[in-house]
Structure formats: structure tokens, C-alpha cells
Design a protein around this ligand. Structure first.
Ligand SMILES: Cc1cc2nc3c(=O)[nH]c(=O)nc-3n(C[C@H](O)[C@H](O)[C@H](O)COP(=O)(O)OP(=O)(O)OC[C@H]3O[C@@H](n4cnc5c(N)ncnc54)[C@H](O)[C@@H]3O)c2cc1C
Length: 460
């Protein structure tokens, strides 16, 4: 039976100050009372680099819970008005999903878009303001189970720095996570998806110089625009109050196996879209660098936790970015982990190191159970989206376009073979209240423990 104990301050060490790690740090610090949090980031400086990123309603619900929506808007996050799918050769609209206010009504939060660097800056500022200690230039090289006085704890080893003792270690260290190997016990690099991305931003002035009516129309809409064609697609949307624009080109991966990125050339990049909408080709000509990023994923990872070490975000469920959900799921992970740990702390954590270790281990397993099912659906959904986005002209493409054309602009409730248009699927992805779900499951788990259930009985 759990006994109410004097409050023990749980120390959480988060490895990685990416979007997921910072969300976790903020959630842990905003709990009442706050957990102790140290974030260790390998980079010597956090730079506002990158291109655009969506914050879909399920992630926006979390940033709202963390009290960050107004700050994000000050950093020029905006509410996306619509999501437009276009035919590759002429840019004809295949379907347009109305968004704007409808997102709040339908899913409980807005669909925002922002510059990735601005997003990370807001999260970093909030983590620090809420009292997380963020150490830069802190490259984590290993984790060891503590012994003697540190029994029941983890020792986090940092290159050229003193180790840090933690009750819980969160591996938010991204796609090439080192903590993943610790958790699994063997190296597990992510798998190739067969696609790569070119991505970048450019200015409004660049687009204006074309004096092209269609380009002007497209750039004035606060919409996400996607051109669909055989084995490739292009995504375009405004940033920073339409002074900048984000373009991502997704094409077949032609990098050698194992190569993560490479400098491509602009002509080769543009050649992928020869014969496509002339307006898109003008937009593509604004990109002045052609860095290729291989897109990687796991369809499923066997486990996310080992004892009191847990993975989150790209460390545990990297995905094709075709539903705009990678960082969104990382933010959900971080917030839920923070919530569960804080609820455990408040329910009375054991003073005995072994018992405390067992309690924390159980809560991390609960976290894994809650999150893994959801992120697996997302990874599979991104693959399904790839299939429908990348159809070659033919019967299946004709059926897709027909179905898209028949989607109602309002009262958008019905099923659709393509998950982009499938209202029940979108509801479960975007409208799911992961925080309420975690609260419910924690309370049920605590109830079972208090009735003397098995310590390890966390499976849902
Ligand atoms: C083209 C493209 C477009 C995308 N668009 C979207 C989108 O619109 N919406 C969306 O939600 N997602 C999107 N994603 C996915 C999203 O970028 C990732 O899922 C997300 O950034 C993962 O966040 P993370 O915090 O898990 O990892 P990361 O952001 O990779 O952060 C990991 C951090 O850990 C640090 N680190 C690594 N190893 C160590 C170590 N040993 N010690 C200390 N620190 C370490 C790294 O320096 C880094 O700062 C997109 C991805 C791509 C490729």
C-alpha cells in the first residue's frame, strides 16, 4: 500500500533541448509543487534556425495548457485558415479543408504555424522562466544506475563535465538518440522511408518580383498549400506575418544508404518538378540552397523505457512528416510525462530508494503504454498519407480526386478512404485530449495500487 510521505523532490534530467524536451521541462516545472528539472543540451548555443512548423490542434491544446499560446502569437504564430490540396500539373484545387475558427470548435484548439526557431525560443524562454536549469554544451555520453548513496538513482555522464544524479532521465535526444541504445540494450538506427526532403524559407520580396497573379494569390492566403503528384509532393505556407515563406519538397530518396544529408544542386532539385504547376516552379526558384535530408522513421519500437529512463519524441517514434505531427507528438509526450510524474509526486512518493525506484519505473511504464499506441497510429497514418499524396495518374488517383471533390466544405463529418479527408480519423488525431486521458489512467492506476494490486500492474 502507498503511504503518504513527506514530499520528496523528484529530479528529472532531460537530455536534449528540442521541442519535446523543452515541453517536458516546462510541464515538470509548472506542476504544483514543481519537480526539479535540469535540461542538458549538446549544442553550445540554441540558434533560431530551421524552416516552418505546424502546431496542429492536439499540440496547440498542450501549449495552451502550458500557458504559451499568447507568447507564440507574439512570436508570429498564426492560425492557419485552410489546407489546400492541388493537382501537380496545373495547381487546380482538389480539395480545401476550412480551418480557422473551425479547429477550436471541432478539436478544442487552433491549428497554428510558426517558424521553428521562434517556437523553440518561446519554449526555451518558458522553461527557464519556470525554473528549469538549462545547461548548454552538455553532451550526454552515457547513463549508469547509481550504487551506494546513489542507489535507486541514475547517474548521467556528460562529456568533459561532472556527472549529474537524477531520479528520472528523459531521452529527448532526437532521431539519432544515444539514450535509445541504453533503453533497448542494442543500437537501433532509424529506418529509411524511401523519401527525402529539400526545405527552406525565402522572402516575400522574392515572390513579389515575379509579378505573377497566381503566385500573388497563393502567397496572400494564410493556407497550407500542397501539390500532389507521382512519388512526390510540395508544401508551401507563409511565416512571420507573410514576410517569409516556407517550402518543403518531398521526393524519392536518392542518397546512398546511411547518408543522412547531402548538398544537392538547385537544377537537380527543380528537375523533380518539371511539368508541374508553373506557379509552383516560380516558388521553387526562390530556394537558394538544395540541402537534401533523408527522411527516417520506425514503424514501431519495442520499448521506450528501462527502469527510470524514458524516451520521448523522435528518439522513440520518428515519422514521415506528412501529417505535421512529429513535434506535436513529442510535445504531447513531454506534457504527459510531466503530468504523470507530478501526480506521482503529489500522491506521496516513497522515501525508501528501492521502493521509489519501483514507483517511478511503474509510472514510466504507464507513460509508455499511454503514448506508444497513439504514436504508432500516427506513424502508420503518415505512411498512409504518403500513399495517397504520391499516387501516379491512374484509376486510384481518379478515385482519390473524386472522393476529395465530394468532401463537403462544412458539416465535414463523414469517412473517407484517404485519412486527410476522413473526419473520424482526424478527430481522433487532432481532437484527442491526451492530458485528460493521462489523468484518468493515472488515477485508475493509483486506485489499483492502493487496493494492493501488483506493483508492476500498469498495463492498460
Ligand atoms: C521536413 C520536415 C518537416 C516537419 N514538419 C513538422 C511539422 O510541421 N509539425 C510537426 O509537429 N513536426 C514536424 N516535423 C517533425 C519534427 O521536426 C520532429 O519530430 C521534432 O523536431 C522532434 O523533436 P524532438 O524534441 O524529439 O527532437 P529534436 O528536435 O531533434 O531535439 C533533440 C535535441 O537533443 C539534442 N541532443 C542529441 N543528442 C544529445 C546528447 N547526447 N546530449 C545532449 N543533447 C543531445 C540535440 O542537439 C537536439 O537539440 C518535421 C520534420 C521534417 C524532417
Amino acid at each position: 500500500m502507498l503511504q503518504k510521505q513527506a514530499l520528496y523532490p523528484v529530479h528529472v534530467v532531460v537530455v536534449g533541448a528540442g521541442i519535446g524536451g523543452l515541453a517536458c521541462a516546462i510541464a515538470c516545472r509548472r506542476s504544483n509543487p514543481p519537480l526539479e528539472v535540469t535540461v542538458l543540451e549538446r549544442a553550445p548555443e540554441i540558434l533560431a534556425i530551421g524552416a516552418g512548423i505546424h502546431i496542429p490542434p492536439n499540440a496547440c491544446r498542450i501549449v495552451k495548457h502550458l500557458g504559451l499560446v499568447e507568447e507564440l502569437k507574439k512570436a508570429q504564430a498564426y492560425s492557419v485558415e485552410g489546407f489546400t490540396l492541388r493537382r501537380y500539373e496545373d495547381g487546380r484545387v482538389l480539395a480545401e479543408k476550412p480551418m480557422g475558427d473551425r479547429m477550436e470548435t471541432e478539436y478544442g484548439a487552433e491549428w497554428l504555424a510558426i517558424h521553428r526557431g521562434d517556437y523553440q525560443n518561446v519554449l526555451l524562454g518558458s522553461a527557464r522562466k519556470n525554473g528549469a536549469q538549462v545547461l548548454l554544451d552538455a553532451d550526454v555520453v552515457g547513463v549508469e544506475e547509481g550504487t551506494g548513496e546513489s542507489s535507486g538513482k541514475q547517474i548521467v555522464l556528460i562529456k568533459s563535465k561532472d556527472p549529474i544524479t537524477a531520479d528520472v532521465v528523459v531521452g529527448a535526444d532526437g532521431l539519432w538518440s544515444g539514450l535509445r541504445e541504453y533503453v533497448l540494450g542494442f543500437p537501433k538506427p532509424p529506418l529509411e522511408t524511401g523519401d527525402l526532403a529539400y526545405r527552406g524559407t525565402f522572402t516575400r520580396e522574392q515572390l513579389k518580383t515575379f509579378k505573377n497573379k497566381r503566385v500573388d494569390e497563393i502567397m496572400e492566403a494564410a493556407n497550407v498549400q500542397v501539390w500532389l503528384g507521382s512519388n512526390r509532393h510540395a508544401v508551401f505556407y507563409p511565416l512571420r506575418d507573410k514576410t517569409e515563406y516556407n517550402l518543403v519538397l518531398l521526393v524519392a530518396d536518392d542518397l546512398p544508404p546511411g547518408m543522412r544529408t547531402a548538398q544537392g544542386n538547385l537544377d537537380e532539385m527543380a528537375a523533380n518538378f518539371e511539368g508541374w504547376d508553373p506557379a509552383l516552379n516560380l516558388i521553387i526558384s526562390c530556394l537558394k540552397s538544395a540541402l537534401k535530408w533523408k527522411l527516417l522513421h520506425f514503424q514501431e519500437l519495442d520499448q521506450w523505457t528501462k527502469g527510470t529512463v524514458a524516451l520521448l519524441g523522435d528518439a522513440s517514434h520518428p515519422t514521415l512528416p506528412y501529417q505535421g505531427q512529429g513535434a506535436a507528438m513529442a510535445v504531447e509526450d513531454g506534457a504527459i510525462l510531466g503530468l504523470l510524474l507530478s501526480k506521482l509526486q503529489n500522491s506521496g512518493i516513497a522515501s525508501d530508494p528501492e521502493e521509489r525506484y519501483a514507483q517511478l519505473t511503474d509510472v514510466l511504464r504507464l507513460y509508455e503504454d499511454l503514448r506508444k499506441k497513439r504514436t504508432e497510429v500516427n506513424v502508420a497514418g503518415a505512411l498512409d498519407t504518403r500513399h495517397y499524396y504520391h499516387l501516379s495518374d491512374g484509376n486510384e488517383q481518379i478515385r482519390r480526386d473524386q472522393e476529395l471533390a465530394e468532401l463537403p466544405a462544412s458539416n465535414w463529418e463523414g469517412p473517407c478512404n484517404f485519412n486527410w479527408g476522413d473526419a473520424p480519423y482526424q478527430k481522433s488525431l487532432l481532437g484527442f485530449d491526451s492530458l485528460a486521458d493521462a489523468e484518468r489512467n493515472f488515477d485508475a492506476w493509483l486506485g489499483r495500487r492502493r487496493q494492493g494490486g501488483s506493483q508492476g500492474d500498469v498495463r492498460l
